[in-house]
Write a protein that binds this ligand. Structure first.
Ligand code: SAH
Length: 397
């Protein structure tokens, strides 16, 4: 192994790293001493030669390195990953007691000072996602340490997220430690049972980031007619139905997700007579419901990421507004809209404004009961505010 490559920054381009932000962009680099390959350790120095950080080189064109440590004495070795993983796992135990049948995010990448590393636990199985070349290089070590420290039977890798393409990493899925998980792993969340497909489900199988928000919706659902738009495998709908919703209308454009949602309702012994499952495009269906003068007391809008880049921000903003506007029109007097955006580029202030404009155009006066964000097992480093991607508003008219 050759010497560790040194990345020397341009004068004045060291502020972000001095604030311990773990991303290094190509524009900040004056010269590279050495020839690092993606995943290799690199060291970053200021223009003066002062040591700043140690991280991993990546093949991405702009975000060229993700930094593991800002401590010159901290080696990036097995002990390093053992410490970071242990700290992340211990943090979850401060949030809630260990539930062997539960599910939680055990490692939230930058939020746990492990850029590119995501680990979710579903009952007795963990799912590992390596989202950067640096994380990818450590996959075997990470899998073994997770297996040892998280008390699971197996670790399954789901490194198939789109973001890997930007880092020129191939898709990798399969068992990487211990036992093969069953086709469906049952988890219990706030008393609701869900089957999770670790191999093919979205993200690592389930939207764990909405855990706390599903409890908020459940608390508002008793006796209500609920529209669960973008229902995926039924998350908000099952929570609402278990909390005593009068009826729950679940909508998704994926027939497969909708079938899973139906199975999850059955899994919780929910009366199918009060639940609907509609395979449709939410945008068209909302218009159809409006034409039919159908009314709901509680509407959840949890669309996929509608803003993928700065260029699509305005288009996405219009879609969020359009949807919220019609949803407000579908609410019965005293009804509640719970709308979310998981687009990191959509700032909370803009989302608030969009929702306010939607209420105005719908001719309703609304007030916010809750401002929601991702569940606390998806912590956000104060140094990396970009990690706060999920926002939601609970507005009552
Ligand atoms: N609320 C869910 C997660 C929603 S993920 C939970 O708590 O688990 C977003 C979902 O929207 C996906 O299931 C996707 O299939 C669906 N979807 C995407 N575009 C859609 C559209 N235009 N109309 C209906 N569903 C859509």
């Amino acid at each position: 192994m050759g010497a560790v490559a040194q990345l020397v920054l341009k004068p004045g381009r060291d502020q972000a790293l001095r604030r311990r932000h773990p991303w290094l962009f190509s524009g900040a680099i004056a010269r590279i001493e050495g020839d690092p390959s993606p995943g290799d350790l690199v060291e970053v120095r200021a223009a003066s030669g002062e040591w700043l950080a140690r991280g991993a080189w990546s093949a991405s064109e702009q975000l060229v390195a993700k930094l593991w440590t800002f401590d010159p004495d901290e080696a990036v070795d097995e002990d390093f990953f053992r410490r970071r993983l242990s700290r992340a796992f211990a943090l979850r135990r401060r949030l809630w007691p260990h539930d062997p049948a539960g599910a939680e995010r055990l490692v939230a990448a930058e939020g746990d000072d492990l850029p590119g590393v995501v680990v979710d636990r579903y009952g007795e199985y963990a799912v590992l996602q390596c989202l950067s070349a640096g994380a990818d290089r450590q996959r075997e070590l990470l899998a073994r340490l997770i297996g040892e420290l998280a008390g699971v039977r197996g670790v399954f890798e789901r490194s198939d997220a789109e973001i890997r393409a930007r880092e020129k990493l191939p898709e990798t899925t399969g068992v990487c430690w211990g036992e093969e998980p069953p086709e469906a792993v049952e988890i219990v969340e706030n008393g609701a049972r869900f089957a999770v497909d670790l191999r093919h489900g979205h993200k690592t199988g389930f939207y764990l980031d909405q855990r706390v928000n599903r409890a908020v919706v459940a608390a508002l659902a008793a006796g209500k007619r609920v529209l669960n738009a973008f229902c995926y495998t039924g998350g908000f709908g099952v929570a609402a139905a278990l909390a005593g919703a009068k009826e729950v209308c679940n909508v998704d454009s994926s027939a497969e997700a909708l079938a899973r949602a139906g199975e999850n309702f059955a899994r919780n012994q929910l009366d199918s007579g009060t639940c609907e499952f509609i395979n449709a495009d939410v945008f068209s269906l909302l218009r159809k419901f409006r034409a039919e003068r159908r009314r709901f007391d509680l509407i959840v809008l949890d669309p996929p990421k509608l803003v993928e880049s700065r260029k699509s921000l305005m288009r996405g903003a219009r879609a969020y507004k359009d949807m919220a506007l019609i949803a407000f029109q579908l609410l019965a007097p005293g009804g509640t809209l719970v709308n979310f955006s998981c687009s990191g580029l959509m700032e909370p202030a803009l989302f608030q404004k969009i929702t306010a404009d939607a209420a105005l155009d719908a001719g309703v006066s609304a007030r916010t009961l809750y401002r929601l964000s991702q569940s606390p097992d998806h912590p956000v480093s104060l140094r990396v505010p970009e990690g706060a991607y999920l926002k939601g508003l609970v507005s009552v008219i």
